[in-house]
Design a protein around this ligand. Structure first.
Ligand code: TUI
Length: 317
């Protein structure tokens, strides 16, 4: 399947792996890139030199393009962006903020810039600032989210900008992929399904939380802080929800969350960890290789897009 995204990035399939903090390391990113998608290394809350090491590791594991996701709330974001320039990474995606002021330097270095946006207004601003594409992320996604659903966000952003739109949030199989292409996207970003990829090195307890989750098993906490986060319901989300009701100072609430993602990813602490995952986790119930995930999703989407009327027994006219 070729779209403007595959030619922009020099990849085989129009699929980007989500830049999940603590999760998206060289092992996952190189496996996705080797299988024909675009793998991402997550900057997350890491120091810049840790990101540089991971970039170098990925370079030794793949000769295909890969990118780095820079979480703009990280105090080291600017330093990480400089590392991306020094290490000549192919693509930078950004999240949790407006990367406008960094775009000229990244473009100057020949890096493709793809901000993640939760609204039409930010998508338009990013196009004006010189972004090569945008990832439009609906609130079905895991982690830090906006307010608009994928179903409503994609067509509105696709109408508002001319650069390619990549759909994220709720896409974990070929049906979802075909659906968002119909809505105007030219590629997909997949996070939750890659959490259970064989090459994803997170704690098995995290994978089990995702594999066991039902449709209603995620919760959004922290709306009142301005940084709402979706994760699989557990003792920790219950505690945060209780505290939210007490109208605490947002800063105290945020401080309570510090370290909770590490507790999930590294320690597999099912009680105190923040197991960020999207609503589509209810449908993710099999551990597979990145290649299996990418090839089965794109094949299913291609078949649906080509033969939808026949496959679904729809009669037109
Ligand atoms: O960034 C994400 N997902 C994330 S980041 C993350 S680490 C974290 N942990 C705890 C609290 C907060 C972050 C876990 N998951 N997705 C992309 C995304 N970007 N979602 C929403 C946004 C966003 C929000 C506001 C992007 C831009 C924005 O702009 C505000 C502005 O300044 O205009």
């Amino acid at each position: 399947m070729k779209t403007r995204l595959t030619s922009l990035l020099g990849i085989e399939y129009p699929m980007i792996q989500g830049g999940m903090a603590w999760v998206a390391n060289a092992s996952l990113a190189s496996a996705v890139s080797n299988a024909g998608g675009l793998g991402l290394i997550a900057g997350g809350a890491a120091p810049a030199e840790v990101v540089r090491e991971e970039i170098r590791k990925a370079k030794s594991m793949t000769d295909k393009p890969f990118g780095v996701n820079v979480m703009l709330m990280n105090p080291s974001a600017e330093e990480i962006l400089n590392v991306c320039i020094e290490e000549k990474v192919s693509v930078v995606t950004t999240g949790a903020g407006n990367p406008g002021k960094y775009i000229p330097a990244l473009k100057e270095a020949g890096i493709k810039v793809i901000p993640v946006v939760p609204s039409v207004a930010l998508a338009k601003r990013m196009e004006r600032a010189g972004a090569d594409a945008v990832v439009a992320e609906g609130c079905e996604a895991g982690g830090h989210i906006g307010d608009i659903t994928t179903m409503c966000l994609i067509p509105q952003i696709a109408d508002a900008v001319s650069i390619p739109v990549v759909a994220a949030g709720g896409v974990a199989d070929g049906r979802g992929m075909a659906a968002v292409l119909m809505l105007g996207a030219e590629g997909v970003q997949v996070g939750t399904r890659f959490l259970v990829a064989k090459e994803c090195t997170i704690h098995q307890n995290y994978k089990d939380m995702v594999l066991k989750a039902k449709d209603t098993d995620s919760a959004v906490t922290g709306r009142f802080t301005g940084h709402p986060v979706r994760s699989v319901r557990n003792k920790f989300t219950k505690k945060l929800t209780e505290i939210e009701k007490q109208h605490l100072d947002p800063q105290i609430f945020e401080e309570m969350s510090v370290g909770s993602l590490r507790k999930a990813v590294i320690d597999g602490n099912t009680e105190e960890g923040s197991f960020m995952a999207g609503q589509i986790a209810g449908m993710v119930n099999k551990e597979e290789t990145c290649r299996e995930i990418i090839e089965s999703m794109t094949k299913e989407a291609e078949t649906l897009l080509q033969d939808f009327v026949k496959i679904r027994g729809v009669e037109i006219g």
